[in-house]
Design a protein around this ligand. Structure first.
Ligand SMILES: Nc1nc2c(ncn2[C@@H]2O[C@H](COP(=O)(O)OP(=O)(O)OP(=O)(O)O)[C@@H](O)[C@H]2O)c(=O)[nH]1
Ligand SMILES: Nc1nc2c(ncn2[C@@H]2O[C@H](COP(=O)(O)OP(=O)(O)OP(=O)(O)O)[C@@H](O)[C@H]2O)c(=O)[nH]1
Ligand SMILES: [Mg+2]
Ligand SMILES: [Mg+2]
Ligand SMILES: [Zn+2]
Ligand SMILES: [Zn+2]
Lengths: 209, 209
């Protein structure tokens, strides 16, 4: 449709700008409550000593997530989307109007919690993470294939709860591989810290490419 | 938009049909993995002895949910929506072409896991439940207000996990009341059975009105 076409043009321009400026942009998608904000907050806290970081966060309503992320003491912008269930490249461009991205090493973009529509909107990012919590069931990749197909890395969140929800890790990995063979999967718990070091290493490795 | 207008016409026709036939239709919306299928399976098992029941379930891909629900031994139809992130009245009408709804007491419709788009599409149901699991965080009603505004009852699911996730029940109830004052909230665990009797009583009470 015409809207997607316009979005692709805007996203391509953003991607070019980010590459020229040398800022590595990472977006996060997931279902509502999969743990994007908690994961992102922990990521910002771990990066801010050595790198210049900032984040945008999209939601239909409230500034809750921006307030939580602001605790990390880095520049945060909230995008209130109203009734739109996903972020678009143009919203990102507008939200950055007073952020000097050339002075950043990393920019994170937390999308609206939705496993469907965000898949169709490129935001100009270099890396897209799809977060999938152990509490949602092992079959989400099979049931929502497009969002896994348009992401680069799958982050399995809330691993501290895996035992209590009797999470079948092998079956979840099979679901991911069935939809996107070879996809990298990182097991993390933003709460306990498990897997967060490996994630930061992966991130820095990708940015250095 | 024109699509919503068409959907309203189709939904109104369905609602009239269901009222004429005397079948009480309940739809379920939630984020992905909040527990719609497990809750519905337990509901079908509890109703099937005394009532004639059936269910439709919408998903982008797989027949997983229909297969799980079919274990209850009642008529189930899967609606594969492809890339559409929500059910529409017309899909419901088509899926029912070989189901004699006049011979039913209850028809359940599980929507696609999505806390945004399903809010705009009336399916002709008499009762709409929004399920919200304790693992998603207490603020979902504030962040996704429209879906709570267009539902009749909020079902708080996976209560067996409330302690382990340190769920703040009072804060969750405040979020619901802030968005939809007076909304009925039912606490359930489809796994342990807690709250399921009260839900069945509420359902039968609503149907008898
Ligand atoms: N046990 C546990 N809980 C977590 C973890 N990460 C997040 N949570 C909890 O999960 C709930 C949702 O977390 P959020 O970080 O708000 O999730 P989100 O994906 O940002 O949610 P939305 O922005 O509303 O889509 C909250 O109650 C968090 O405390 C984790 O690693 N372990
Ligand atoms: N502990 C616990 N887990 C539950 C409960 N209900 C569902 N689950 C688990 O939560 C996960 C998702 O449950 P489903 O019933 O598939 O959720 P759903 O809302 O139908 O998911 P989608 O149809 O994909 O949107 C599965 O791993 C279930 O076992 C519950 O009452 N307690
Ligand atoms: Mg968030
Ligand atoms: Mg389901
Ligand atoms: Zn959408
Ligand atoms: Zn949608």
């Amino acid at each position: 449709t015409k809207i997607l076409k316009e979005n692709d043009v805007a996203a391509r321009a953003l991607r070019q700008r980010f590459e020229d400026e040398g800022v590595f942009v990472v977006s996060l998608v997931s279902s509502p409550g999969a743990g994007k904000t908690m994961f992102l907050e922990q990521t910002l806290l771990r990066l801010r000593e050595r790198y210049r970081v900032a984040a945008l966060v999209g939601d239909l309503a409230t500034e809750n997530d921006a307030q939580r992320l602001a605790r990390a003491g880095v520049p945060i912008r909230q995008i209130c989307t109203g009734t739109v269930c996903h972020l678009e490249a143009d919203m990102v461009r507008t939200a950055l109007r007073d952020v000097d991205t050339a002075k950043l090493d990393f920019l994170f973009i937390e999308n609206v919690g939705n496993l469907v529509c965000p898949a169709s909107y490129d935001l100009g990012e270099a890396l897209r993470l799809v977060l999938f919590s152990v509490t949602e069931g092992e079959d989400k990749p099979l049931k929502y294939p497009t969002i896994f197909n348009t992401a680069d890395i799958c982050v399995l969140t809330k691993m501290d709860l895996a035992d209590v929800v009797e999470f079948d890790h092998a079956s979840a990995l099979n679901s991911v591989q069935a939809v996107r063979p070879g996809m990298q999967v990182l097991d993390v718990s933003a709460k306990s810290g498990v897997g967060m070091d490996a994630w930061i290493e992966t991130l820095c490795g990708r940015a250095a490419r």
